[in-house]
Design a protein around this ligand. Structure first.
Ligand SMILES: Cc1cc2nc3c(=O)[nH]c(=O)nc-3n(C[C@H](O)[C@H](O)[C@H](O)COP(=O)(O)O)c2cc1C
Length: 417
């Protein structure tokens, strides 16, 4: 059997991040899969790894300088930008992403990236706050809009004892994503985000809801819950990565929008239902939002004052049931409707009853009791219930990983249907 990247030549741009050491392992893995690797190191990258180490692992010269006369006469930046099948940027620093997004070319790496017409895959790696910064997210949106593919970042513990998205995808994930981009892989879950998508959900429309809802009491107060939106956002990101056209209807959250996804922001359950109906039709609808069951029966037009009398009684009215509404649609029902149940006790019992009551096809149940995993946290322990009565219990996983696995499962169900 021939190697998946046999006869492929990869220009590997290594940026100046702490994850640069993993780029050395990536060189090794790409070569194991048959590729030739031509390393280009930024000035910053050379603070973390040496051109000698990259060259030794690649088995060819590593390039570093734009204004090196010998190098320019020999191969030159334009030839470097052409003589390959793809460009991989790993780690893609915030700075490199900014240079790419703005067409800024002060050094060899960014000049080559501007001069190339080859497919580009970036593996961002940076501090959580750098990743979440609106400037980085803007640059990311520009790059995906330009057709650049993105793998990761993953969520997890980082160098500065912080946790969150920003950790570079693992070398094997980058190699898989590259194979997927070049169409040489054996087909897997689909790691890529970007335009011109391939993947197990290519050509599918996916609707995801996420986050809490806020139900106004008066102009300054509202009823809410502890949902962070992390799980719903991770599902939307994984669905986009798997090639789907994704609409995410999100309640108020503080996390960044997932890349490559159309986001509709709402506050209340009633606004969420309207946005969901407007976003249909879809092949797959995943209702991960923690929609408030009740809202104050009447929203006061001005702030309720504390006037020394007894506290006001809060009258509640029932909110529309978005999951049941969509699952029960006669015409235009999505082929696969997935509900979520956050429970604090008798998780499976309540989840089974909810699956039957709502009429959805699959139900993802999670334990949000203090013992099971606090609502809004980074990890999730889920049970997957199907209409045939089967239940799968997954180990506790990072929410991004839960999102990827769920999307792989949904793609399987849609593919088999
Ligand atoms: C110890 C250390 C670690 C760093 N890690 C990262 C990182 O992981 N991601 C990032 O975007 N920048 C990181 N930086 C900042 C970049 O090195 C800096 O923005 C640099 O200008 C990037 O240059 P380049 O994009 O040309 O490689 C780090 C800096 C230091 C000193």
């Amino acid at each position: 059997m021939s190697l998946p990247l046999a006869d492929r030549r990869i220009l590997l741009v290594i940026g100046g991040g702490i994850a640069a050491y993993k780029a050395l392992d990536l060189i090794r893995r790409l070569r194991e899969r048959g590729a030739g690797v031509c390393p280009v190191l930024t000035r910053g990258a050379q603070e973390f790894v040496t051109p000698l180490a990259a060259a030794a692992l690649a088995g060819e010269r590593a390039h570093t300088d734009l204004f090196d006369r010998a190098e320019e006469a020999d191969i030159g930046h334009i030839k470097l930008a052409r003589r390959a099948d793809a460009v991989v940027v790993a780690p893609a620093t915030a700075n490199l992403m900014a240079r790419m997004a703005t067409g800024h070319a002060p050094d060899l790496a960014s000049t080559v990236l501007l001069a190339t017409t080859l497919p580009i895959l970036i593996a961002p790696a940076m501090n959580v706050r750098m990743w979440a910064h609106p400037a980085t997210q803007r640059n990311l949106a520009t790059l995906t809009g330009d057709g650049v593919r993105v793998v990761g970042p993953n969520t997890g513990a980082m160098a500065e004892a912080e946790t969150g998205p920003g950790r570079m995808a693992e070398p094997h994930e980058i190699a898989d994503a590259l194979e997927e981009m070049l169409g040489t892989g054996t087909g897997g879950i689909g790691f890529l985000a970007g335009r011109g998508r391939a993947g197990p959900l290519a050509g599918r429309r996916v609707l995801v809801t996420s986050g809490p809802t806020h139900e106004p009491i008066d102009p300054v107060r509202y009823l809410a819950n502890r949902s962070s939106g992390r799980q719903g956002h991770a599902i939307a990101a994984a669905a986009a990565t798997a090639g789907a056209e994704v609409t995410l209807v999100s309640g108020p959250v503080t996390i960044p929008d997932p890349p490559g996804v159309r986001v509709v922001r709402v506050e209340t359950a009633r606004a969420m239902l309207a946005a969901v109906e407007a976003a249909l039709p879809a092949d797959l609808a995943v209702f991960a939002a923690a929609v408030a069951d009740w809202r104050p029966a009447a929203e006061q037009g001005s702030k309720i004052k504390k006037d020394g009398s007894a506290p006001p009684a809060l009258q509640l009215a029932e909110n529309p049931d978005i999951l049941a509404t969509v699952a029960g649609m006669r015409a235009g029902r999505p082929r696969l409707v997935v509900g979520f149940a956050a429970e604090t006790d008798a998780v499976l019992e309540h989840a089974r009853a909810k699956l039957a009551r709502k009429g959805c096809d699959l139900l993802v149940a999670n334990d949000v009791s203090p013992a099971g995993g606090v609502m809004g946290g980074a990890a999730n322990t889920v049970h997957l219930l199907a209409r045939d009565g089967s239940v799968e219990t997954w180990p506790t996983l990072d929410k991004d990983e839960v999102g990827r696995r769920l999307v792989a499962r949904f793609a399987q169900v849609l593919g088999a249907g």
